[in-house]
Each structure stands twice: as structure tokens, then as C-alpha cells.
Design a protein around this ligand. Sequence first.
Ligand SMILES: [Zn+2]
Length: 252
Amino acid sequence: MRKQILLKTIIAATVIACLALPAYAVMLVSRSQEVAIGKQVEESMIKEYGGLSKDQALNERIARVGKQVSSFSPRNDVTYTFKVVNSDEVNAFAAPGGPIVITKRLAGMLKTDGELAFVLAHETGHIAAQHGRKAINQALIAQNVAALLLRNSGDAARIGANVMYTLYTRGYSRDNEYEADNYGYQLMTKAGYNAEDGIKALAKLGMKRATGVNKYLSTHPDIPDRIDRIAKMGNISEDRKKTLIEQAQAEK
Ligand SMILES: [Zn+2]
């Protein structure tokens, strides 16, 4: 009896504590749900982007560089995977819980492993910082469908996948993108690559906001701002930055 009262008190205290926290601090999406949603999203994206590439050398290169940078991720309760899709769109994306996919076109544009390292580390950053998981969580709270999570995990997965598709169309918030760039810089440099390659990778994506095949540009903050941030982090001078941008554009 006393035990029951104690239990009730603990539950009541926990509920009050939860209510007192801001909405984003209540995580309804478990890690296993995050991973399950991510797998579903990855499968759909692979289909939509022309299927997996059969280019063995390219697949190995992406997996090797991806493993190098993600091994420095502070988040290690998920498995990061890196795959190439047969698409002529310039794009890369991260699904919640580990899967990262890059298009053949973008991978081909990133000629050095250092340039590739920055892009893959940026995507790793979205997963490490749990941007997808948090976005799904916020949607669940906003839609007040937390009960669905307990009742039917299939519904939760469907809602989660819908949130992710919306994110791929509209993009993450500016703050999320800048945070992913911080990871991009940190993970690539920890893996031994030069931050200058991060600037070149960004410059290759284009210096202007664009639409059409360059989906990456339409869903990310302006490239010049992002380049300036990386230059600052890497102590790269204004002159050197300009040279790197010119080099990158000549190589495209
Ligand atoms: Zn991003």
C-alpha cells in the first residue's frame, strides 16, 4: 500500500516535471522509433531518386569517407550509413537515426575526399543533433497525437515519415543548418581534412540561391553566409577564401 502511494507520488511528480518543461524537452519519439522512421524514409527516397548506384568505386568512396567523419560524431547510439543514388539532382540528405544518401551528381562534383567529407559531415550533423527526430517530436506534440505512439507505432511512423518529406521539400531551419555546418567543420577537421575543402564544397554548390535540379540550394541557407562561417572557424583569410571560391568554380 505504501509502495503504491509512493509510486503514485513519483508518477505525479514526473507528470508535473514534464509539464513544467518546454514542449521540445519532452521526447516522445524513442530511438528505435526514430531508426524505424528513418529506414522507411530512406527507402522511399532511394526509390524516388532512381535507386542505388551500382558504381562500386563510388559506393566505396562514399562509405569510406562517411565512416571517417561519422566516427567522430558525439552521438553514437545510432549506425551511420552512406549510400549513393542514381540521380542527376544536386542533393544530399540525412534520414533520422543514421541513413545518409547523396546523389551521384553531387558526389561527382566533390572531386576531393575533403570536399566530400564536409558534405557528409554536415549530413551526419543533422542526425547527431537529432534535427529530424526533434521535428517529428514537435509535430506529434502539436498534433496532440502522443497517444498514437503508445497505441499504434505504425501511425507514429507514418506521421514521422510525412514530417520528414515536408522537411526535404522546405528544408530545415536556418539554425539547424548552421548547427549542421558546425558539425561539418568539426568532424571533417577531426578526421584530418582541411577546412579549405569545406569552403570549396560549398562554392561548388553555387553562390546564388537557385531552384530546379539544385534542390540542395533551395533548402539550405545562402552559400556565401555559410562560407563566411566556415572561413571564420578555420581562420581562413578573406583573400584565401576568394581564391578557394574561384578555384572551386573553375573546377565545376
Ligand atoms: Zn543541411
